[in-house]
Structures are given as C-alpha cells and as structure tokens.
Design a protein around this ligand. Structure first.
Ligand SMILES: NC(=O)c1ccc[n+]([C@@H]2O[C@H](COP(=O)([O-])OP(=O)(O)OC[C@H]3O[C@@H](n4cnc5c(N)ncnc54)[C@H](O)[C@@H]3O)[C@@H](O)[C@H]2O)c1
Length: 384
C-alpha cells in the first residue's frame, strides 16, 4: 500500500514510517519540523537529538535496504499538501501532524492560536486533498482519549446508542476535553464526521492514550533511528517524564491527589494499532472510532511503578504531590471500552517490570544529557 505519514518526523511518526516500510508498504514521510522548532524556542528539547528526516531515511535504507521518501513542508499550506497528494496518490494516510501538547496550548494566547489554527488547518487540508486527489484512500487520524474527558459513565468507542423520549439514535459519544489541545481534537472529529457523511470519505479516528517508550523492532540497536524522548513539562508525556525525573534525582511531580486515571500504551502498540487500522480500512462513508490504549493507571500508580523500578536499579526515587496546575478531576470514575483494536488483532505489550526497567536503563545511559531545569515550568490553566 502507498502510505503517507503526515508528521513523519515526530515521536510516533518516524517509528510508524519505519514499521510500515519494514512491512513492505511504500512510505512517504512529511513534516515541517514544527515540533523541533517549538521545542527549541521553549528550551524544551528532547533527551537525545535525532538526525533530521533526510538523514534518518538514509540510515534506514542502510539498515533495512528499504526506502522512505521524505518531503519537508507545511501541511497547513494548500499548495504544499495538494502537490504532495497529487504526486504520491496515497492509498493510506496516517495523520499525526498536529501540535500535540496540552500545556503548550494553554501557555499563552500565541501558543493557543498556533495550536488551534495549525491543528484544524491541517485536518481541513488533509480532507480537501483526499477529496481532490485520493478519494478512495483511507485516513487514519490520531485523536486522543482526552476528547472524552472523565464522564461519570462508561466511555464507549466513539459512538453512543441512545434512547430519548421513546426514540433511538446513534450519536458521537459526548466530548468534554480539558485543554485547548484536546479541544482541537474534538473539533477535528466533528470536521471529519461532517465530510465523512457528506462526501463519503473513509476515516478511522483513533482515540489514543498517552504513549511511553522509545524502542521498537525497527530501531532496536540503532540509537540514531530512535524517536525523540521529551521529558519537559511541555512536550513530555507522563511516564516518559517520570522515568527521566527518577534518573535525574528530581522528585516525581504528582499533580494534586494523583487519582487522575488514563489509558496508556507502549509505542510498539501504537505501531501495531495504526498498521491494523490501515490494513483493515473503514468503509466508504464510515467514521470508525477506536479507543487506543492497553491499560489504565492513575498518576499515583505510575509514580509507584517508576519508584519501584528505580529501586530495583539502585536509584532512590522521591514522589512529591504538588498543586495541580491544570483544571481536571483528581478523583473520578474511569471505565473506557477498548475492544475494537483487540478484535482487529492487537497483541498488547503491557507495562511489565522488564519494560519499565528497560526504559529506565535507556535513560540512565543518557543521564548526562538531562537538563533538570526543563522538567518543571509551572504552566497553568489560568486565564491571561
Ligand atoms: N504521544 C502521545 O502520547 C499521543 C497521545 C495521544 C495522541 N497523540 C497524537 O498523535 C499525533 C503524534 O503525536 P506525537 O507525540 O508523535 O507528536 P509529535 O509532535 O512528535 O509529532 C507530530 C509531528 O507533526 C509535525 N507537524 C505538526 N504540524 C505540522 C504541519 N503544519 N506541517 C507538517 N508537519 C507538521 C510536527 O513537526 C511533528 O513532527 C499527534 O496528533 C498527537 O496529538 C499523541
């Protein structure tokens, strides 16, 4: 299959590009380095600085004998995206190309404006480019479990069958996001649903939980092929951050009561889920939604898992509750359904002692690259 990876330089994009290439798909990766630029501007760079997309593709060819085509350009620009679609005529599209940080989106007006315009602008352009140049293609779009918020009822996979005043219907599951970033994902879903039902596009919207880890089958033993691992408050996801904090001797920063519960997954499982979704596409006129995670943990449970791993590896890890900079429930009901991807064949890689210890060992090898002052910045959800 010809697969276009939008956001192909990112934490998930580059490993996905290699994974699909290894499976024999013809892959083109597109990125404008927005993530690297923002990280540089905010002094929030990753633990290791990976080579650029062209260099990564060269290294991948040396290691695997396979080619990944690379284009550098802004997908929010119609001329750029339109010419890429016209040239490549994708059969599958993986859309990762958004500003993915909740704290960044809440930092100030300019960051919020960039997040809103970029995320909606790219999704709109992908829809238009599909309609113009690849109407039969299937888009796999990355949404987030954060679209649902933390309702006091079970979270279904995207849709809810309701009975109201004696009549029945199927509606999008109610959304209640807790940051502007997550809200852009809600708006994306609505935009996709509008064009799916109006133009008959094929779309899978993956409600993904926070991802952890860096190692995959394709990059094992090749550090230059590994994705960037951010540990700062803006771009780091919680488990990756806690591991770096543990290695740096920085107390694990639990926000408030630490009962915030979310669904998590190993980066290896992101690759599996995206491949499975691509290889069994949504039907014409179908917006298929899967909840993409393998296990749920509260922040307190994650802190305990990292503390215990640190102890096994000879580190003394402190856990500290700090005032919650976010506006979110710190104790709540959480029971999301997640059977769709398992039914497609997902074989979960769970967060075992061995897995967390191996991430910890990876970070310990790079301990000298940690800048402790990047860990906490105090971005709050307050107005202005
Ligand atoms: N990492 C996670 O834990 C997680 C969890 C849930 C959902 N997601 C979603 O998955 C996707 C990928 O996440 P990630 O962690 O790899 O983020 P990332 O920032 O590492 O990757 C996104 C990539 O898209 C690129 N990009 C953004 N805007 C672009 C534009 N206008 N033109 C071209 N390229 C552009 C960025 O430069 C970046 O390389 C995002 O949409 C994110 O919201 C991620």
């Amino acid at each position: 299959m010809r697969v276009l990876i939008l956001g192909g330089d990112g934490y998930l994009g580059w490993p996905t590009a290699m994974h699909l290439s290894a499976q024999g798909h013809e892959v083109m990766a597109v990125d404008n380095y927005l993530r690297r630029r923002l990280a540089r501007e905010e002094d929030s760079e990753a633990l290791i600085d990976p080579p650029n997309l062209h260099q990564r593709a060269k290294l991948w060819q040396e290691v695997s004998g396979r080619e990944i085509a690379v284009r550098v350009g802004d997908l929010d620009d119609w001329t750029t995206i339109s010419s890429i679609f016209e040239e490549f005529r994708p059969e599958g599209i993986v859309h990762y190309a958004e500003q993915p940080s909740a704290p960044y989106s809440m930092k100030d007006r300019a960051a919020a404006d960039l997040t809103l315009r970029n995320n909606l602008g790219v999704t709109f352009n992908v829809i238009q480019a599909m309609a113009a140049h690849a109407p039969d293609a299937h888009m796999v779009k990355l949404g987030t479990m954060g679209e649902y918020g933390t309702p006091n009822i079970d979270i279904e996979e995207g849709w809810l069958d309701i009975e109201h005043k004696g009549r029945k219907d199927r509606v999008l599951f109610p959304r209640a996001a807790s940051s502007l970033y997550h809200t852009t994902k809600v708006l994306d879903t609505d935009l996709l649903w509008f064009y799916v039902r109006t133009w008959g596009l094929r779309v899978t919207d993956l409600m993904q939980g926070p991802v952890y880890g860096v190692e995959t089958d394709e990059n094992a033993g090749h550090e230059a092929l590994q994705p960037f691992l951010n540990y700062d408050e803006l771009f780091g996801t919680v488990l990756n951050r806690f591991v770096v904090q543990a290695v740096a001797g920085y107390p694990l920063t639990v926000y408030g009561k630490g009962g915030q519960t979310r669904g998590y997954l190993n980066i290896r499982d992101t690759l599996q889920c995206v491949r499975l979704a691509l290889e069994t596409p949504a039907d014409e006129g179908e917006l298929r939604i899967f909840n993409q995670f393998t296990e749920t943990f509260s922040v307190n449970q994650l802190a305990e898992i990292v503390r215990a791993s640190g102890e096994r590896l000879g580190l003394s890890v402190e856990v500290k509750s700090i005032e919650n900079p976010r506006k979110e429930r710190e104790e709540h009901y959480y029971n999301p359904v997640h059977t769709g991807l398992l039914d497609l064949g997902l074989e979960p890689n769970l967060l075992t002692d061995e897995v967390i210890d191996s991430i910890m060992r990876f970070v310990m090898r790079h301990k000298d690259s940690i800048h402790a002052d990047r860990i906490f910045r105090g971005v709050t959800w307050k107005k202005g």
